[in-house]
Design a protein around this ligand. Structure first.
Ligand code: ADP
Ligand code: ZN
Length: 575
């Protein structure tokens, strides 16, 4: 922060102009102040747009270099650049880094003392700041806006701009108030910056911030060092443990669960198994949460078991894997969450373990939600895209970056589907059997019971409902339980079945089931790979062959490594 520096810009724009970049002040600042040789991606274009007084929507993956897009124009344009960010800790880091470079940056926040904040205000009034970081709550206080009103302003940068999206995963209601900036300060260029925004969210950001004129800059979304995989859920704890043991023993990783309860349970289990695991969710006390985040950030080899409350602002370069034990909120959220792996550019893994229950839960959440139909329709489309990704038989990466409007060549050689092409099978008859069984049993039952009926199991429930007398009883000998569950999962994912609205988990036919029952459309299913099949091709084959290599069930190579059941500090963690 200010620390009694002389109240003049310590980096002199005129001097920059005469630095070794001819009459190109932006380049001179890049080299002379930040010490970089070249602009990255479209940093240059964004800076030119803002220098000319225009607005910009900037989408770049995390680590892409968004900050320079506003830092350089803030330095070169007259007045202070105001940066809005929801992340106080990150603001302080940025200010410290900028001060080290000789820039005049400060942060106003509630964590600082009054005297500190007063000093910042004085510097602001004297026009001796290049950049001011502020939380949106503070910025929007009437007295704060009044204080800014008479000052020359270089720009407003709205960081994490997707927080304005009401249907996104990081919604911050206070962000909705930021549209006032355009009205109160016309003529001051604005940048909205985010690492995550599908087409709908982009439109929402621009609409809610009143930035219809903004030029949009969308960067390449591919993260080539991340290996994407989706696995069918069988016994998720065991799958997780085998994955960690085989591919990332002792590494830092994040495991996302849906609920706080699951987080607590899984973290406790992992600790009991001798792993350094810590829980993190919004139900925990703030101090403990901070402690766990700090430990994850600073220590090596901590497994963070968390709900999606964990993530915004995590900046740890060597996270080796991100595992989802449930469906994420959307592909966008998935991209964002998995993007926390491998920021150092070394090989990293994004693994999703998902099953029919997840689809059922998500579909019934959605249908039961009180949102307007228009919103539900958007959410439905997002869920379709997500399920499309999960059930895809082609390159995951292509599906993922394609969702952001980016393109990728046909095969990436670094996702499960590219490394081990998925087989599909002709499934019309199976689909018809599965659908008729739903129909014959009254469209009231969940998959467990339906599979019992198809495979001819006379359980108490089957007998009670006399389902051993329906025509679909025991007609499914060609598949086992796992096979039928896979069929049902794919039928629900593809919309041939839906979940009953009362939310008992019963499956119902849909409009699109009809053509299948009549045999009018072809149906193909993906063959779920065996849990521990082979996956060896590709540039990143690791020692030990990886999860799909050396860990074939029952194979003699599958040895449980002896883990230390230490009761070291992490063993006593309160979960
Ligand atoms: P983001 O905000 O998009 O996550 P940052 O702005 O924090 O990313 O930048 C990520 C890293 O890349 C930082 O360490 C930054 O110094 C570096 N960086 C940014 N622009 C350049 C550039 N043109 N050349 C080299 N390194 C850069
Ligand atoms: Zn691929």
């Amino acid at each position: 922060m200010l620390k009694g520096r002389p109240l003049a810009k310590s980096v002199d724009p005129v001097a920059i102009t005469t630095a070794n970049a001819g009459s190109d002040p932006a380049m001179a600042a890049l080299r002379g102040v930040f010490g970089f040789r070249q602009f990255r991606g479209f940093q240059r274009e964004v800076i030119d747009q803002v220098m000319a007084g225009g607005d910009a929507l900037v989408l770049m993956p995390t680590g892409g270099g968004k900050s320079l897009c506003f830092q350089i124009p803030a330095l070169l344009r007259p007045g202070v650049g105001v940066v809005v960010s929801p992340l106080i800790a990150l603001m302080q880091d940025q200010v410290a880094a900028l001060s080290a470079l000789g820039l005049r940056a400060a942060v106003i926040n509630s964590a600082a003392t009054r005297a500190e904040n007063r000093r910042v205000f004085m510097a602001l009034g004297e026009g001796s700041l290049d950049l001011l970081y502020v939380a949106p709550e503070r910025l929007l206080m009437p007295e704060f806006l009044d204080a800014l009103a008479p000052l020359p302003l270089a720009l407003f940068a709205i960081d994490e701009a997707h927080c304005v999206s009401q249907w996104g995963h990081d919604f911050r209601p206070v962000y909705l108030g930021l549209d006032i900036l355009g009205q109160r300060f016309p003529g001051v260029p604005r940048l909205a910056l985010t690492a995550t925004a599908d087409a709908a969210t982009r439109d929402e950001i621009v609409a809610r911030l009143g930035m219809g004129e903004a030029r949009r800059f969308v960067a390449g979304f591919d993260r080539p060092n991340i290996r994407y995989r989706v696995m069918t859920k069988e016994q998720s704890q065991r799958q997780l443990r085998d994955f960690i043991d085989a591919e990332h023993p002792g590494a830092s990783g994040i495991v996302y669960c849906l609920s706080r309860k699951e987080v607590d349970r899984l973290a406790r289990w992992l600790v009991g198994e001798g792993y350094r695991a810590l829980p993190y969710h919004a139900g925990m006390e703030a101090g403990e949460r901070r402690l766990h985040q700090d430990r994850f950030q600073r220590e090596e080899g901590v497994i963070m078991v968390a709900t999606i409350a964990f993530g915004l602002g995590i900046d740890k370069p060597d996270v080796r894997y991100v595992v989802h034990l449930n469906l994420p909120q959307s592909l966008e959220a998935y991209y964002q969450e998995t993007g926390r792996a491998g920021r150092d550019g070394n090989p990293a893994d994004a693994l999703m373990i998902y099953g029919l229950e997840d689809v059922v839960i998500r579909r019934s959440f959605l249908e039961k939600s009180p949102a307007e139909e228009r919103i539900k329709e958007i959410q439905r489309r997002r869920l379709e895209a997500l399920l499309g990704y999960c059930e895809s038989v082609t390159c995951r990466r292509r599906t993922l970056v394609g969702y952001f409007g980016d393109s990728h060549p046909a095969s990436c050689d670094n996702c499960d589907n590219c490394l081990q092409p998925v087989e599909s099978w002709e499934g019309l008859v199976a689909a018809q059997k599965a659908l008729s069984c739903v129909y014959r049993t009254g469209q009231l039952f969940g998959v467990g019971h339906l599979v019992d009926v198809l495979t001819g199991r006379r359980t108490a429930k089957v007998k009670h409902f006399r389902h051993d007398r329906v025509t679909t009883f025991a007609i499914g000998a060609e598949l086992d339980d796992r096979g039928w569950r896979s069929v049902y999962r794919q039928l629900v994912a593809a919309g041939f079945l839906t979940v009953d609205l009362q939310g008992h988990g019963g499956l119902r036919l849909t409009e699109s089931s009809r053509p299948v029952l009549r045999g009018e459309v072809p149906v193909r299913f993906r063959r779920d790979p065996a849990l521990f099949g082979r996956l060896e091709k590709g540039p990143q084959t690791r020692k030990g062959g990886g999860l799909f290599g050396s860990l074939e069930k029952g194979s003699p190579t599958r040895k449980r490594r002896k883990r230390k059941r230490s009761r070291s500090p992490e063993g006593q963690v309160e979960v």
